[in-house]
Design a protein around this ligand. Sequence first.
Ligand code: ATP
Ligand code: MG
Length: 531
Amino acid sequence: MSKKAKHRIMQDLLKLDIHAIFTEELPADSNLVNYPRQVEGVCYSWVDPKTPSQPQMLHLSQTLVDEWKAGISDSEELLKVMSGTKRYQGFQPYAMCYGGHQFGHWAGQLGDGRAINIADVLVQGQPMQLQLKGAGPTPYSRTADGFAVLRSSIREYLCSEAMHHLGVPTTRALSLVKTGDLVMRDMLYNGNPAEEQGAIVCRVAPSFIRFGNFQIFAARGEKEILKQLVDHTIAHHYAHLGSPSKETYLAFFQEVLDKTKNMIVHWQRVGFVHGVMNTDNLSILGLTIDYGPYGWLEDYNPGWTPNTTDAQHSRYRFGNQPNIAVWNLVQLANALYPLIEEVEPLQAILDGYKDAYMRDYHAMMTAKLGLYHADQVEENFINQLTELMTDTELDMTIFFRELSTQIDLGFDAFWKIVEKTSYMDGAAMNQNKVKWQTWYLDYVARITKEDFDSIARQQKMQTINPKYVLRNYMAQLAIDAANKGDYTVVDELYQLLLKPYDEQPSYEKWYAKRPEWARTKVGCSMLSCSS
Ligand SMILES: Nc1ncnc2c1ncn2[C@@H]1O[C@H](COP(=O)(O)OP(=O)(O)OP(=O)(O)O)[C@@H](O)[C@H]1O
Ligand SMILES: [Mg+2]
């Protein structure tokens, strides 16, 4: 590369202005030595990523780069920054301190054990944090190594971008880098550790602050820092709420609750199961964060969780996500309490969650069905549908998508959709045929009564019922190929999922039920937290 070209790329990289609000406004750990420890009285620790031995850029989210109009290009310089080899404009990297409840139990200090913020910048006037996940140990690594493996990094990279294009609030991913170093993992926690390829995702969000960032200070009785962090969060991410006061803090809590609820309604809409909704994995901005043992509903099953670590109690199962969100919000309320010192107003906000969630969920489900007068649809009508979908093991994504292409062609045509979408055999399915017929006739009567132009209705339905999602087996195929050095499937899925609501006939092969081989395969139906 010529000197001139190099210079241009550096210029390009420099287009994102540093905006170090978190580190400038909040207290830092004065200990600069990187070893695992309790870090008290501060919000973060300075720590540099570990330089990987042979970094290789596997994928760059060109769409995100274009959206930012940042002009960064896939280059040596970019690779150095995205692999943690070189600082971004001299920005001093840091890891954030947070705590959390894991599987319902207070776990004390957790923190960014393998995430390092490498640049806090301004993107089109908005603060943005660039964070490397898997770039080496930090003071928060506890007994773990600070790294991430290729399979989990591919899953995070592809899924976070896919979720964005589905319209689900989420952190995003900018790049996927292979480190060239090996990482030891016991993938199923069954005493069979093996070496795997290491990788780093550069993910981005206006802020990576989680519920747990507030909890740690409340738990330690560090009220001053708690207040500093709350005021910082409001000033930069909820600025419209105004200056600090009890009222502002309550309004803040109300908005976090609303955003969290909205995120969950989206998850239920697309069939996303997060898998590990601990309070340290809930963003204060209501973004989906931490793509670990997540999964996509294939056969509709409210009891399903992809996370084998949670198999016994299925705490984080699909149907329980709305309840867990409010459980986590209660923990956030407890953390904010020292600044408000009144239980009642916090409780009143929490009490509003259930009705608000049910209202939004109902509107979302009726919209999925192409019914636009949600107030005229009884809850029971939706419940009957989800029960039938469960009992008939219907593929959620394909069922709703097919429905949005042919609503009122009569029961025979509808039954063909059910047959083609179900994972059950014919005889078992037929047991539910009469119930389906009753439900369908009711549905068509409602559609007819609404008297809405059917083409417009179907078009509208197709904007909320995706055709393509990142099915668990699809991510696994990308991983299997990547493990052999072939990254074309990663790219194909990335391209496909840029437009999940479009027909995309050339990608039709991905519009298919889960293949039989994937029913019980590790990585497709079972995932542990090992990543
Ligand atoms: N390999 C690892 N090395 C060091 N710390 C880790 C590692 N894996 C997880 N942790 C830490 O354990 C805690 C819980 O992990 P969890 O699986 O929720 O997060 P994660 O997948 O590492 O990342 P994130 O929430 O940042 O997406 C966090 O503090 C996390 O940083
Ligand atoms: Mg996490």
